[in-house]
Design a protein around this ligand. Sequence first.
Ligand code: C2O
Ligand code: CU
Length: 541
Amino acid sequence: MRLNRRHFLQQLTYFTATAATGRALFGQETMTVKGAPEPLLDTSALARYVDPLPIPEMLKPSGLRPSPENPASKIPYYRVSMRQFQAKAHRDVPPTMFWGYGGACPGPTIEVRSGQPVLVEWANELPNRHFLPIDHTLHGADKEKPDVRTVVHLHGGRTPPESDGYPEAWFVPGQSATYYYPNQQEATALFYHDHAMGITRLNAVAGLTGLYLIRDDFERSLNLPNGAYEIPLIIFDRSFRPDGQLSYPVSGRPDAPWVSEYYGTAILVNGKIFPYLEVEPRKYRFRVLNSSNGSFYRLSFSPESEVRSEALEFVQIGTEQGFLSAPAPIKVLILGPGERADLIVDFSARAGKELYLRTASAMVMQFRVSSVKSADPSSLPTTLRPIRRIPENTAATTRQLTLSDYQNRLGRSKVMLLNGTHWSAPVTEKPLLNSTEIWSFVNLTDDSHPIHLHLVRFQILDRTPFDLSVYQLTGKIVFTGPAVTLDANELGWRDTVRVDPMTVTRIIVKFEGFAGRYVWHCHMLEHEDNEMMRPYVVVPA
Ligand code: C2O
Ligand code: CU
């Protein structure tokens, strides 16, 4: 096996990096577009803060249907069609063609109550031709397969296997699939997105993503900012051609156009580049989702429209799978692909001024705070939902699972594997229903990978640096230091975990909910599409 060429170099410099996480993340946030053959629109030169932030509409049910679990009871039924449409990403960019749920990108927000099941019919009404470069050499995307295939996954949902959007359960234009979501889980922000085998990355760039909010009584009792004061911020990056159309880079090999990562030149929020939002001087709740293909963001709020300006403190109250046990004051939020954060930002000290959302390398959006004092009856409690740490000794099994990157002679990634196995290899992860396991991810690559398991929520145990060259020679894990301290916002319930380079990252998971076949994968979609995804089976006890 040939490992990444930069490993040894990076190993030398690794401990001089400010934080074990910092280096790789900054690297991934750069705005280079690999192998782009076409000229791109210089989005950094666009006028800033000229478009108001769009708010995705709330989806209304189209009626009631019998519940598949109990036909005597009727449950809300929604229909969402995937359609091609044009939208303006910025005042000065010509209209862009997207594919979106409900003909919008992001798609409509679906809001449900915990414990109240719903049915969603996902209808593929897209054209028969893809407008982004399919790589037919990738598994599941061979020439015999139709170009346009879709399947919808509710990310973070505790969903029965037949409604989970298995990557091979795709359907083509003219077809639809009706999925059952029991919503038996705590209040949080999930998101729905495409998951079709071998082309997920392209369907995602085309625009197939949307938010799914689960509400519960506990959340209501907290009296958090709500209504007009609770705002989704769905963040993703894209590159555009000068004519305003989406650009997706290619490898330079016409028969195998796959590239290993997609980083767009522009960061969009709710579909706009450099939007602004008018706010009142009071608390707001922001439901942040990073639905980028490959970018990790280091998000912060600044008093000036300057990447290097000061970072002000804000508060995180929840992670992917719900509330933290207490609000965590932070200045920088690291958010990887597929990750969500529930934030409270208090604008009361900024009346009459602006505030900006930025990453470590780019401005994202502006908040214009009105000077008129407004009442703020919402609260920020000092404690939220208690989180019981899962004791390590309850784990029935520990699985050691590697992340690796295989390169060609030019040092370009060819394929990335989980535990050295391809998608089509027999299932190796077969936890028993209701059992607890520790999954220990050994990252042999030089990038951070956001690893996501379907069906379950989990807790991060630790992240510990190890000696890669010893591992390569002997297959043994020798730690080179103590575990890295987890960020306060990593101690909540997660469904995605950042597995940093040259670390062993351990999570503890209880496989609850349903038995059946699911997947786990890297949420960098270029990796996922090229074998960094594996089926796993929850076996009935
Ligand atoms: Cu959001 Cu299997 O993914
Ligand atoms: Cu990856």
